[in-house]
Design a protein around this ligand. Structure first.
Ligand code: ZN
Length: 268
């Protein structure tokens, strides 16, 4: 499996599908695994990596949000304590999320050596901003809605790290599956957090490349904001030249144009 990024405390694996990231964060005696995902061979690679490199660590699983691709590896780490948002716990669509995993596996004749279950959450992150200490390292959580209703940002100042879930990708435009205004608020929050935590220089998106420079993180925030501003003026049948150029600067992939049209429809 591709290892996209590594430093003393952080390892970022990249799936062959949608360039989805899975992250390991070494906190000394403890280890956080974020969104272990996609193919069984990939999830197994990550769990073997954990067993080989961190056999004594207390394991935590953090789910950035409940999209099926982000929770599909849950039961490959049965001894982990699970961290996720209150909204993920209360998500009314649990059955359909699990069905998406089952459908994906049927589509590609995939079998998994572990059951497909919706995460049981041990440490519930409440609606307001929240922090915990693991091995005396502060970990902060901030609500991140708009893509979905149960997303979280996780910030670990001591590691200069920001785990962004499905926000601030360099290869995907904002996917507004929940609510435009909530998405706007999340990007506004991102800009505030960027200024507030001026030591952070590593940002891990759910899909795409880790940003390792502050200028890159700032650019991603500005670019998503620009996209959201532009989106308000867009016509679903005829994407503007400005929008097309901006979308192609994320990735030249016709599926992003479809996602753009879906975003416009969500505004109607
Ligand atoms: Zn995703």
């Amino acid at each position: 499996m591709k290892i996209q990024y590594t430093d003393t405390h952080i390892t970022v694996f990249e799936s062959s599908l949608y360039r989805t990231t899975s992250t390991l964060i070494d906190l000394g005696r403890d280890l956080i695994v974020v969104d272990p995902n996609w193919l069984p061979v990939e999830v197994q690679f990550i769990s073997k990596w954990v067993n080989d490199h961190y056999p004594q660590h207390q394991l935590y699983l953090f789910f950035t949000h409940s999209d099926f691709d982000h929770i599909m590896g849950y039961q490959a780490f049965p001894n982990a304590k699970v961290l996720a948002s209150q909204a993920l716990v209360q998500n009314p669509n649990k059955e359909s999320i699990l069905q998406q995993i089952v459908d994906f596996d049927h589509e590609y004749y995939i079998t998994r050596p572990y059951p497909i279950l919706y995460p049981e959450v041990d440490i519930v992150v409440p609606e307001h901003d929240f922090s915990i200490y693991i091995n005396e390292i502060e970990i902060l959580f901030f609500k991140a809605q708009g893509h979905v209703s149960d997303g979280l940002f996780m910030i670990i100042p001591a590691l200069h790290l920001w785990v962004a879930g499905d926000y601030l990708s360099n290869i995907e435009i904002p996917f507004i599956d929940h609510d435009y205004h909530a998405y706007w608020d999340t990007i506004t929050t991102a800009a505030i957090l960027f200024d507030q935590f001026d030591d952070i220089h590593i940002l891990i998106p759910g899909h795409g490349d880790v940003a390792t420079e502050r200028t890159e993180i700032k650019d991603r925030i500005s670019k998503d904001k620009r996209y959201l501003e532009l989106l308000k003026k867009e016509d679903v049948e005829h994407p503007s030249l400005d929008a097309l150029a901006l979308i192609r600067s994320y990735q030249n992939n016709p599926n992003l144009i479809k996602a753009h049209q879906k975003n416009i429809m969500s505004l109607k």
